[in-house]
Design a protein around this ligand. Structure first.
Ligand SMILES: [Zn+2]
Length: 297
């Protein structure tokens, strides 16, 4: 029987054994709940790899998994982290080779595959809902804006950096590019835009009718609708899932209406948008499922 393991790295590392489409038991975390989320920022790439291997060995209880999938933020290609804006020290790091090497040194052969974290979440949603035969897309709203899709496909897929405005003053994206979705909807970008208010206060004030905040919240919805419409125009209609710590600020009804205003061609109708509570488990399951399918294929 195959024992596949999955890992999701976002602000912390979460590792679990995956049984079918569920995490068996509670995921192993580093840093643990309640500890500072900044621990990864100061860790060298080698140390992050060592910690991932340690957590996986510990959940696997001594017996190595048959396959390990890792979801990691950034642009991932062939097991290499080509770019990871929030963990700069790992840029260029060959994470897949490093992990396979650590297991090999312990006398175990564990094939490893690395995916973008949002792609892992998209795979987890598709697996847990039994829709692995369909195109599933996900927006993750947090410090940045992630875009994931299942089935995994070769490409860059940096949907969070979709250009949604031609306004040259829109320059808050963490990547430095102008007019990007993340420059409007990313948490870091919101803090730079509203130097006097935290993003939580902006959304609360908008509910209270503050015109400046109402205007911004409307812009957030239009920006996300525009990026979604672009994805529909490129890849066709289908379900979109919205998750991550800040997805709760989005009014799905408003978003849905805006997308329908932006997508009018009849063969492209029929998309729907659904809010999914953030969870490490979806990414763990998805990374493991993607890796298992990649190795089997
Ligand atoms: Zn950008």
């Amino acid at each position: 029987m195959g024992r596949k393991a999955g890992v999701l790295v976002v602000q912390r590392i979460a590792a679990g054994l995956v049984d079918g489409t569920q995490v068996a038991g509670a995921p192993n975390l580093f840093p643990e709940k309640g500890e500072s989320h900044d621990a990864l920022l100061a860790m060298p790439a080698d140390a992050i790899a060592a910690r991932i291997a340690e957590l996986v060995s510990s959940v696997a209880g001594g017996e190595p998994p048959t396959v390990l999938g890792v979801g990691f933020p950034g642009i991932i290609r062939n097991g290499v982290i080509e770019e990871s804006p929030n963990l700069q020290q790992i840029k260029g790091f060959r994470l897949q080779a490093a992990l396979e090497q650590i297991f090999a040194e312990g006398g175990r052969r564990v094939p490893v595959r690395i995916y973008n974290d949002a792609d892992a979440t998209a795979a987890g949603i598709a697996a847990t809902r039994g829709v692995l035969h369909k195109l599933n897309r996900v927006w993750t709203l947090g410090n940045g804006v992630g875009f994931g899709r299942y089935p995994w496909a070769e490409g860059t897929w940096e949907g969070g950096h979709t250009v949604v405005t031609l306004d040259p003053k829109e320059q808050f994206c963490g990547c430095g590019g102008r007019g990007h979705l993340e420059g409007i909807l990313g948490y870091r970008a919101m803090r730079m835009r509203f130097l006097d208010l935290e993003p939580e206060e902006v959304f609360a004030n908008a509910k209270g009718g503050d015109p400046r905040c109402v205007d911004f919240v409307s812009r957030c919805h239009r920006a996300l609708a525009a990026a979604t419409a672009t994805s529909i125009h490129m890849e066709g209609p289908g379900p979109f899932y919205l998750t991550g710590p800040n997805a709760r600020w989005i009014d799905i009804g408003v978003l849905d209406r805006l997308v329908h205003e932006m997508v009018k061609m009849s063969p492209l109708q029929g998309s729907r948008i659904e809010l999914i509570p953030p969870s490490d488990e979806l990414g763990i399951v998805g990374a493991a499922v993607n890796a298992e399918r990649a190795i089997a294929g």
